[in-house]
Structures are given as structure tokens and as C-alpha cells.
Design a protein around this ligand. Structure first.
Ligand SMILES: [Zn+2]
Length: 150
């Protein structure tokens, strides 16, 4: 995060306010943005997040919902281009029992998947051994999102 932004207590609101290329944000749209997951399940693990601090899809406007899905579709294209995954997970976790890590600010996960990666994760347990650092991922994905936006 760039030092000047005041913390809001929400990682997504902070990321949105921070701006700059040192953030994990890889694409900004009028109503929502795409950010790298700080604790990725796989390389290229993205989240599509509304700009507004809302917790539930039922609190989002139709325009926000439409844009979030549109950005998820764009993320699908970008991730296929950058990583050639065998599959993708897209999903929203609402509430702790559903696996949500951040409860107060809605976010949709887009996770590249490869054949056998579940087994791999079972073997290594807690340890996330990912060959790519997050800033590298951000630098890799931003131009592809930009290209698609024009
Ligand atoms: Zn927030």
C-alpha cells in the first residue's frame, strides 16, 4: 500500500483507496475492481470486488452485479491467456461456515485450477509453495486486462 492512504479497516477498501502499481489491484472498472488474493490458492488467484463496502449480493445494485460477472468473465480470458489452466473455480463465499475469510466486503473468487493441484495441496498441507511472487503476477496480468478493456 502507498503510505498516504488512511486505513479504513477493510483490506479491499484500503486497496481501492491506495492505488498505484505497488498495490495488488490489477484492474479497475467504474463500479468494481479486480485484486490478487494475498494468500492465493494457486498462481493467478483473483477476486472481483465491488467498490462499495457491501457484504452481500442482495445489497448490490443490478449494475454492480452485472459488472462483477462481466469482470469475472474477463478474468477468465486473462487467466487462460496468462496461465493456460486446465479449469477455473468462480465463486462467492458468504459467512464463516461457507469459508469466507473477509466477511464484510463482498468478493468473487476466480481461481485457476490444474489437473492434480488438489492432490498437491493435500500433500503440502498448510504450506503454499507457489513459484510466482504476487508483484510478478500483478505485472503479468495488468497489461492483459488493459488490452481487453480497449
Ligand atoms: Zn470494504
Amino acid at each position: 500500500m502507498t503510505g498516504s492512504a488512511r486505513s479504513t479497516g477493510c483490506v479491499f477498501c484500503d486497496a481501492l483507496a491506495a492505488g498505484g502499481d505497488d498495490s495488488l489491484v490489477v484492474f479497475r472498472a467504474p463500479l468494481s475492481f479486480i485484486i490478487l488474493n494475498k494468500y492465493p490458492y494457486n498462481n493467478g488467484h483473483l477476486m472481483v470486488v465491488p467498490n462499495r463496502h457491501i457484504a452481500l449480493p442482495s445489497e448490490a445494485t443490478a449494475a454492480e452485479l452485472a459488472e462483477i460477472i462481466a469482470l469475472a468473465a474477463r478474468a477468465e480470458v486473462v487467466l487462460r491467456d496468462a496461465y493456460a489452466p486446465h479449469g477455473l473455480n468462480m465463486g462467492i463465499n458468504l459467512g464463516k461456515p461457507a469459508g469466507a475469510g473477509i466477511l464484510d466486503h463482498l468478493h468473487m473468487h476466480v481461481v485457476p485450477r490444474w489437473n492434480g493441484d488438489t492432490n498437491f495441496m493435500t500433500v503440502v498441507g498448510e504450506t503454499r509453495v507457489l513459484p510466482e511472487e504476487l508483484p510478478v503476477t500483478a505485472v503479468r496480468l495488468r497489461p492483459i486486462f488493459e488490452k481487453l478493456a480497449h
